[in-house]
Design a protein around this ligand. Structure first.
Ligand SMILES: [Zn+2]
Length: 96
């Protein structure tokens, strides 16, 4: 499995690099694409990819309230996972 075409919660995503605007990361659930800004420092890109993976996990959950993607909660979990040493590779996903 290509690590930039991961399955998250059973759904195939594409992870790509971009440098178009000031967003560090974004996920489109229409195109199943995660974009990570290649201008950001590598650690920020990695933490942001974990953040976007969490968005996907929340999106595919059956909990309707979670579909609103509480940004502060997602960032707190992403930061906590990062602090504990979790990296995108632990999800079998690599930076593009
Ligand atoms: Zn977010």
């Amino acid at each position: 499995m290509a690590k930039n075409k991961p399955k998250i919660c059973g759904h195939r995503y594409t992870v790509i690099a971009y440098d178009e605007d000031s967003l560090i990361g974004t996920t489109s659930f229409d195109t199943m694409t995660i974009k990570i800004n290649s201008r950001a420092p590598r650690e920020i890109q990695e933490e942001t990819l974990i953040h976007e993976i969490l968005h996907c996990i929340f999106f595919h959950s059956s909990e309707r309230d979670w579909h609103e993607h509480p940004e502060a909660l997602i960032q707190a979990i992403a930061n906590g996972l990062w602090q504990a040493g979790i990296r995108p590779e632990h999800f079998n996903i690599e930076l593009p």
